[in-house]
Design a protein around this ligand. Structure first.
Ligand SMILES: [Zn+2]
Ligand SMILES: [Zn+2]
Length: 344
């Protein structure tokens, strides 16, 4: 596959897509029906279908009977942790093995020409991005994921969360299921913006940003506080008219859904000529520039707040202008304070 048909590679070996990232047309005003219809398959395929099907499979085969979840017992909680850990190992591991260990598509479509294993850094535990990221994923990531899941299942089992049946309220549940990615985007943007405030960034979010060149294991490499905020997205289902399966879809959208954004490749080659879009470029730019793209543009929140970078030269210019303005503001404030100090 010739990735130079789709983008360019610079001297450092970094690949950049030709086309800028387009925000989803879902919230455009006036509505662009044709654009929405053209975009709609991407809303489902392939990622969201995987997360939704995995939720159904969990409900069918993994989640214990409701009666046993009425009380908090180590047995079923340990079982859930084990299954979640195994699924993460298999799902994340498949991307890692294919793209980073066996390097089946070498550096085709890879945003950053370097592979994390080639660079050691003191920012990471054991100076290794991979070891650091894997430990954080399983120590706090899967643990807090499971903890949040247990709280929700316990709440359903004890009648503390609205539980609609698919037989009686199929349309309501279909609507809530359709809104799952939108809920995630809204929640993620809010908590992400929050942890980019100076104090929380230093204390919490810098852990995730240590991976400037993200790879699959970076997806859930976060500070435990960020894990908690991130997975708290399922708590919306404590008030929404919902169902445990839809809640699990929301949870898997966060847990397994973190991976496409951190895969580091724009497209994953499948077979001879197949290409699957990762839609990772917006979030890759966030890891590269830190203060752009707090969301993934399903809702154009970054556009509305002026932090959108679509990868184009115009996007770059907008970002530089924002940085310049902020610098000027800081310099002006400093000058004012100095002047005030001099007159005292
Ligand atoms: Zn990230
Ligand atoms: Zn961030």
């Amino acid at each position: 596959m010739d990735d130079l048909q789709y983008g360019t590679r610079n001297k450092r070996g970094d690949w950049t897509p030709n086309r800028p990232v387009e925000p989803a047309p879902l919230f455009d005003f006036p509505p662009r029906i044709k654009a929405i219809l053209k975009w709609l398959p991407h809303y489902f395929l392939p990622w969201n279908v995987i997360f939704a099907v995995s939720a159904v499979a969990y409900w069918a085969w993994i989640i214990p009977p409701v009666e046993s979840m009425q009380s908090i017992r180590l047995g079923w909680i340990g079982w859930l942790y084990a299954v979640n850990a195994l699924c993460v190992l298999l799902f994340y591991g498949a991307f890692e093995l294919h793209l980073y260990v066996l390097r089946r598509q070498e550096n085709r479509f890879k945003y950053n020409g370097k592979f994390p294993a080639e660079q050691r850094s003191k920012a990471f535990w054991f100076e290794s991005q991979n070891i650091d990221n894997i430990l954080r994923t399983f120590l706090s990531g899967v643990t807090i994921w499971t903890g949040v899941e247990v709280v929700m299942l316990w709440a359903y089992a004890n009648g503390h969360a609205p539980w609609l049946s698919f037989a009686e309220r199929p349309w309501t549940l279909a609507l809530v299921a359709l809104a799952v990615p939108v809920i995630h985007e809204f929640h993620f943007f809010c908590i992400h913006r929050l942890i980019h405030t100076p104090l929380l960034y230093k204390w919490v979010h810098s852990v995730h940003h240590n991976s400037v060149n993200p790879s699959p294991w970076s997806s859930l490499s976060m500070h435990p506080v960020e894990h908690l905020l991130y997975f708290a997205t399922v708590f919306y289902h404590l008030i929404l008219p919902s169902n445990p399966v839809v809640m699990l879809y929301q949870l898997h959208y966060a847990g397994f859904g973190a991976i496409p954004g951190h895969v580091g490749f724009d497209k994953v080659e499948v077979g001879e000529n197949g290409l699957v879009d990762s839609h990772a470029y917006a979030h890759y730019l966030h890891h590269k520039y830190f203060e752009v793209n707090y969301g993934d543009a399903l809702i154009p929140l970054d556009k509305w707040f002026g932090t959108w970078h679509d990868g184009s030269p115009e996007g770059e210019a907008r970002m530089q202008q924002r940085y310049r303005k902020r610098k000027e503001k800081l310099a002006a404030r400093k000058a004012r304070m100095e002047a005030r100090g001099a007159t005292k």
